[in-house]
Write a new protein. Structure first.
Length: 286
C-alpha cells in the first residue's frame, strides 16, 4: 500500500532535503497529529494522507519521512439504533470492517476525544473511551498485540517516544522545526515562487525575499506537503486576525512597505515592456 499512487508522495521535496543533508525517516517522540479525513476507494485502497507502516498499521507521514501511527473512526455514526446506544469502534489496521465505506467515510487521529457527527441529530459529538475493532485486534503484532482500547494504543505510542531520549523535536524560538528554512525553500521552489493566492510571480532575487510558506492548519510542526501554501508576504499577512496581528510589528510593517514598493516597480517594468512590444508591433505594421 505504501507505493499506492493515490497517496501523495514527497519525492521532489525529499530529494532536495536529502541533498542538503537532512536525514529522512528519523523517528521521534509522540506528538499529537491534526485530525483529518481519509477515504477508502471501491478497490479497498486508502485515498488521502494515511498510509500503512511496516507493521500494517495506519500512519501519517510528514515531509521528513516521520511516520506517526493513527487510528481511524467513522466520521458519522448512529449513536442510537433501534433502542440500542453505542459508540463507533476505532481501527488500527486495514481490516475487512472498513473496506468499501466510500469517500471521506473516516477520520484519523492519534488522541482522544474525537469529533463524530451524530447521523440522527446531525450534531457533532466528541467521543472517547474508544474500543478497538475486533478484526483489527486479531491483526496486531508484537508490542501492539495486547491493545484493547485506544487508551492502550496512545499509551504505547507515548512510552515508545519517552524511551528514546534524543527523539524530541528541536524547534527554534518561533516554534518552527530546526530544518524549517530548507523545508520552506524546497516547497517554494516546487511552486516556482508564485503566490498560490494572488498569483504574483516572485521568482527573482528581490521577489524571493517576499515569498513565504503558510501552514494551512496553523500547526508549525505539521510539515506535510498538503499543509503548505506558498504566499506572498501581503497575502500571508491577511490570512486571519492572528496573522494580521503578527504583522503589526515595526519590522513586519517595514517588510510590507518594501513589498509594496517592489510591486510598484514590478508593475511599472511590466507596463514599460508591454508598451515597447506595442511600439514594435506598430513599427512593423508600418
Amino acid at each position: 500500500m505504501e507505493g499506492n499512487n493515490s497517496i501523495y508522495l514527497f519525492s521532489k521535496l525529499r530529494l532536495y532535503l536529502e541533498n542538503k543533508g537532512i536525514q529522512i525517516g528519523k523517528s521521534e517522540a509522540y506528538r499529537k497529529v491534526t485530525p483529518g479525513d481519509v477515504s477508502i476507494d471501491s478497490n479497498g485502497n486508502l485515498v488521502g494522507d494515511v498510509i500503512l507502516d511496516k507493521n500494517g498499521m495506519f500512519a501519517v507521514e510528514d515531509i521528513l519521512g516521520i511516520k506517526r501511527n493513527v487510528f481511524l473512526i467513522k466520521k458519522s455514526f448512529y449513536f442510537e439504533w433501534k433502542g440500542k446506544i453505542s459508540i463507533p469502534k476505532a481501527h488500527l489496521c486495514m481490516c475487512k470492517a472498513i473496506a468499501n465505506n466510500g469517500e471521506d467515510a473516516f477520520r484519523y487521529a492519534n488522541e482522544q476525544p474525537v469529533s463524530v457527527i451524530d447521523r440522527a441529530t446531525k450534531k457533532t459529538r466528541f467521543v472517547d473511551n474508544l474500543e478497538l475493532c475486533g478484526y483489527c485486534a486479531g491483526m496486531l503484532k508484537d508490542e501492539y498485540r495486547h491493545i484493547n482500547t485506544i487508551e492502550d494504543f496512545v499509551r504505547i505510542l507515548k512510552e515508545a517516544g519517552d524511551n528514546t531520549k534524543n527523539d524530541s523535536i528541536e524547534v527554534d524560538f518561533a516554534g518552527y522545526v530546526k530544518d524549517w528554512k530548507m523545508i520552506s525553500e524546497a516547497y517554494r521552489e516546487t511552486k516556482h515562487y508564485i503566490c498560490e493566492k494572488c498569483g504574483i510571480d516572485l521568482n527573482d532575487f528581490e521577489g524571493k525575499l517576499y515569498c513565504q510558506v503558510h501552514h494551512l492548519n496553523r500547526n508549525k510542526l505539521d510539515n506535510r506537503e498538503n499543509n503548505f501554501q506558498c504566499l506572498c508576504v501581503q497575502c500571508h499577512s491577511e490570512v486571519d486576525d492572528l496573522h494580521k496581528k503578527n504583522f503589526e510589528t515595526k519590522a513586519q510593517r517595514k517588510l510590507l512597505e518594501d513589498f509594496r514598493k517592489y510591486k510598484e516597480k514590478k508593475n511599472k517594468n511590466n507596463k514599460e515592456n508591454i508598451d515597447d512590444e506595442d511600439f514594435d508591433e506598430v513599427f512593423v505594421l508600418k
